[in-house]
Ligand binder design. Structure first.
Ligand code: ASP
Length: 587
């Protein structure tokens, strides 16, 4: 940090003093981190954002300051002046950058008193999340939070610098807008002037960035807040931040290579080196090998296809699955597998939609498994070999439709695979996604990305066979970015809407502005958005994005600090032309 201008509160940052500064007359300001009374002497660790500095109050040399120090409590705000001195022999603290020095205080001003804080700022003892968020400003005083927010700043700056250097322009897009479908519910804002009409907060700036491309801007980016009213999930926040970007006259390679350079610069902020070009893996391959489109590949185990090993098998379960066009896939796991664990895994597999789970333990002379008696020795050996399993390993097998086998084994893999080694990272692209997935619940196609993604395939044929020009980036088991080459032709856009069950009238009503823009010369374009919160959490080594957001909400979307959301008065609702009839559970 640049040195502050010397004023009545401070002449320098407390954390910056070293032995070479001894003898200087200085003034520092900050919070009472800790106070210790040693008979006559009082020691105070003063904290500002730069760090800690020990202050000494001596009764004989500065009786007034000493008396004031008596009354100091944790988190009081003070300014203290005096001379910087060496610490006495034997009291040097090697852990602290300022550990060789201390301030002999001559005078102290108490600038603000603090009540006893609800949790201690000077300790890393675990504090419940609700309490931390309720008093977030105290939580932010902790080193852990200050560091996370500083890293977040550095990441955002690296993004801005990397993209600016390549000619991208940062452009803001509206927060009060119309719905942008990204697969979640909208947050709505009522209009006072046009009662009965509502703005939607953007789920992403998707359509505006496409319009910027129609506007000839060529390269756009924005670090932008997005809002998605989703079902509660631990790793989601109703508002989150994206690095959003878009480019014109590009193909997949152009966007991906730009992002490789960008990610290299961003990861370097945390000292993480990656070799570029980042690896690209197709969706089909990643689903086959890991049963997930955002696997943590650092966790050794892979899924193997056993369909060939069991083709022609007389074991009913396998024969039926293969006969119906399904697959037999398996996973090997090392470790301790008492019977109960297999029962639990079987239950979990069934909960995820599998008809059952076949398990086995590899022994010297075959498998210990309830189904071993239905399998030939050849089948057993082929399956063991193709999974690379060794004596003592457990094997989990699902025979089902390919999507179900992938989903179930992917989930089981996450349960049984060994943990990733500390400090190891894995960043790669997933490409060649299907355009849609079938939503059983809604009986319709849902886009894997969003409806503006360019499809590939026979557009007159079955939408289930279309692929998309989408791509995702995965890091350490988290999807950190996703994007696509977009549709820039009106007929194709209409066809995709139609496949999604959005008729021409509805398309005109909801997306008329986009369809119209496509009539005025829309360049081929594509882009991507990265999840800033996730990236910073990964770089900071935190397991929750709430650790890297200054004022996050709880997993239920509640802000314990401001107590939002909150009811509003009748008058305010009347002005907006809104009446509210909460269902049970509202307030
Ligand atoms: N709008 C997309 C999203 O928010 C990203 C993109 O396609 O660029 O996921």
């Amino acid at each position: 940090m640049k040195a502050p201008r010397a004023n009545r509160y401070r002449t320098a940052w407390a954390g910056d003093f070293r032995a070479a500064d001894v003898g200087e007359e200085i003034r520092v300001a900050g919070w009472v981190h800790r106070r210790r009374d040693h008979g006559g002497l009082i020691f105070v660790d003063l904290r500002d954002r730069s760090g800690l500095l020990q202050l000494v109050f001596r009764p004989d040399e500065a009786p007034e300051a000493h008396a004031a120090a008596h009354g100091l409590r944790a988190e009081d705000v003070i300014s203290a002046s005096g001379a910087l001195a060496h610490r006495e022999e034997g009291t040097v603290n090697a852990e602290l950058p300022t550990g060789e020095v201390e301030l002999e205080v001559h005078a102290v001003d108490v600038l603000a008193d603090a009540d006893t804080p609800p949790f201690q700022v000077d300790e890393e003892e675990p504090v419940g999340e609700e309490l931390r968020l309720r008093y977030r400003y105290l939580d932010i005083r902790k080193r852990r939070m200050t560091e996370a927010l500083a890293l977040r700043h550095d990441v955002a700056r690296a993004m801005r610098e990397a993209l600016s250097a390549e000619g991208f322009l940062e452009v803001e897009t509206p927060m009060l807008t119309r719905s942008t479908p990204e697969g979640a519910r909208d947050f709505l804002v009522p209009s006072r002037h046009q009662q009965g009409s509502w703005y939607a907060l953007p789920q992403s700036p998707q359509l505006f960035k496409q319009l910027l491309m129609v506007g000839g801007l060529e390269r756009y980016f924005q670090i932008v807040r997005c809002f998605r009213d989703e079902d509660l999930r631990a790793e989601r926040q109703p508002e989150f931040t994206q690095l959003d970007l878009e480019m014109s006259f590009v193909e997949e390679d152009d966007v991906i290579e730009t992002c490789d350079r960008l990610l290299e610069a961003v990861l370097a902020v945390a000292g993480i080196g990656v070799s570029t070009p980042l690896e690209r893996v197709t969706y089909d391959e990643v689903m086959l090998r890991y049963g997930s489109d955002r696997p943590d590949r650092r966790r050794g185990t892979e899924i193997g296809d056993l369909s060939e090993a069991f083709r022609g098998s007389e074991f009913n379960v396998f024969a039926r699955a293969l006969g119906d066009g399904g697959v037999v896939r398996g996973l090997k796991a090392a470790g301790d597998f008492p019977r109960r664990r297999f029962d639990d895994l079987t239950e979990r597999a069934q909960g995820l939609g599998a008809k059952g789970l076949v398990w086995a333990v590899v022994e010297e002379d075959g498998w210990r498994s309830p189904v071993a008696k239905f399998l030939s020795r050849d089948e057993i050996d082929r399956a063991t070999d193709s999974l690379g399993a060794r004596t003592g390993d457990a094997i989990l097998i699902v025979a089902d439709r390919a999507e179900i086998a992938a989903r179930v084994l992917g989930a089981l893999r996450a349960d049984v695979a060994p943990p990733a080694a500390a400090g190891q990272h894995d960043v790669f692209w997933v490409t060649d996604f299907p355009m849609f997935e079938w939503s059983e619940g809604e009986s319709r196609w849902d886009p894997l990305h969003h409806p503006f993604t360019a499809p590939v395939g026979d557009l007159d044929g079955d939408p289930g066979t279309w692929r998309s020009r989408g791509y995702d980036v995965v890091m350490d088991g988290w999807e950190i970015g996703g994007g696509s080459i977009r549709i820039n032709r009106i007929d194709v856009q209409r066809r995709v809407f139609e496949a999604l069950g959005i008729g021409a009238d509805e398309a005109d009503e909801r997306f008329g502005f986009l369809l119209e823009a496509l009539r005025y010369g829309a360049p081929p374009h594509g882009g991507i958005a990265f999840g800033l919160d996730r990236i910073v959490a990964l770089l900071a080594g935190r397991d929750s994005i709430r650790e890297v957001i200054a004022f996050p909400k709880t997993a239920t979307g509640w802000d314990p600090l401001t107590d939002a959301p909150a009811p509003v008065g009748d008058e305010q609702l009347r002005e907006l032309g809104v009446s509210s009839r909460p269902r049970k559970g509202g307030r």
